[in-house]
Design a protein. Structure first.
Length: 133
């Protein structure tokens, strides 16, 4: 059970990869810092955590895009594509907070380059209405 919880906990940390959001999916980067209990579990039971995490994410309707460890910082970086459901996404994030396996945990929604270009093109529209000058 602890192996499963640890694997699922680490499915919420990530490295940025080229991923296209679809209309029904959103892409997230999860960054986690394991605590000493998590490291003890991993050392006692080494293995490729990505394989375990992938199954859990797919069972929830998502897709594991990448799973990396930071060399020298021990952080876990995972990118996932999740269904476009804000309450599900928040529940997915919050589900890791009480596991007691992470010292630090972040979730960042990623935007592809084409969408960023559109956002940049809209800056003048926003600035024209911005009265905070």
């Amino acid at each position: 059970m602890n192996k499963f919880l640890l694997s699922v906990a680490f499915c919420h940390s990530a490295a940025a990869v080229a991923a296209e959001d679809t209309k029904d999916m959103r892409t997230f980067l999860f960054i986690g810092t394991s605590n000493s209990a998590a490291w003890e579990m991993q050392i006692a039971n080494p293995g490729d955590r990505a394989a375990t995490v992938k199954g859990g994410i797919e069972a929830l309707g998502g897709e594991l895009l990448s799973y990396y460890w930071g060399l020298g910082n021990g952080k876990n970086y995972i990118t996932v594509s999740l269904p476009d459901d804000p309450t599900f996404i928040q529940a997915f994030y919050v589900s890791r907070l009480g596991d007691g396996l992470l010292d630090d945990y972040q979730m960042i929604e990623l935007m592809n380059s084409a969408d960023m270009a559109e956002a940049l093109a809209r800056v003048p529209e926003i600035k024209a209405q911005d009265d905070m000058k």
